[in-house]
Ligand binder design. Sequence first.
Ligand code: GDP
Ligand code: ZN
Length: 345
Amino acid sequence: MNIKDYGFFYGTEILAAGAIPARIIAVHRGRYGIVSEYGEGSAQLKSREYYYEGETFPTVGDFVLIDHNTEGDSRIIKTLERKTFFSRRDPDKGRGEQAIAANFHVVFIIQSLNHDFNPKRLERYLTAARQSGAEPVIVLTKADLTDDYLPYYLEVSRVAEDVKCHIVSAKTGYGMEELYPYFENGKTLVFLGSSGVGKSSLVNALAGEEIMDTSGIREDDSKGRHTTTHRELIMLKCGAMIIDTPGMRELGMWDVTSGLGDAFSDVEEIVQKCKFRDCRHGSEPGCAVRAAIETGELDPARFESYMNLKREAKYSGDVTERRIQKTEFYKNVAMKKKNKNKVIY
Ligand code: GDP
Ligand code: ZN
């Protein structure tokens, strides 16, 4: 096995003496499924580097350096710098980020052409995708369920004019060939979309094999198999790879703050022209937003989704903040109690 087949893109200068490059294909309770020139295996973090020296914890898709061990678990000694990644606020640590997938080239944003279609959610996914650094591609599935997809297509063009959009049906095969070019050798792909939109059907149809369970529950999850058989980064026959992790399915929790400007750069540009920096775009004089809406330059619906997303981003931040404060509060209470019970002689 050549690690380059798995998309290894670094120069040889990063290879410390004796270290073997590997890619993380699964994460399970502190153990990692890896693939290297020795094939698939399992590994653990080397304590000194990770727990004392603060090396970035690896996630699925990461390229790492290992001390290979033929007998048992190899030791991971370094996480190589990520080209792209998704992260969310770390639920265990309060502050801080937790990466949930790394080093993918394309993010397929999936919505189905029925009740799931939702431009607001699309915008949110786009924000997350752009934030990751990878190329977003919109895929509208279940084309067989609608007679007329032009309105959907136009809606997509409105929220994401510079993003490619494909209309497909995994059931009839309609439009599927348009997606083949993305499945290049050594490329890694991820899928974003609510459950039931047809992600698994799409992946299976494109891979030509049953990669994902279309009943919604992946066998691997329910049986909790060993790390080496439980794969979250899956190599397809065509040589492309897909990443499918539980974290990827929880998009709703993600912090979207920093990618906001990108998805709504046109709106932000207008907002910056308001006379007052704290303009609330109501009756303030010199409000560029109001002016742009009046002239038709800015779609009021688009402005509303911008504001919604902004509120949401702020809100998701506040939730974390509240949790931190709550923990601090209880810690203080516990401490005071302890001190109170202390008998001082
Ligand atoms: P996932 O949860 O996003 O992985 O969605 P699945 O692939 O499991 O599909 C959810 C449901 O939608 C299943 O009942 C599929 O049979 C159905 N489905 C998937 N793709 C299509 C499609 O192109 N057309 C139609 N009509 N149904 C589809
Ligand atoms: Zn304004």
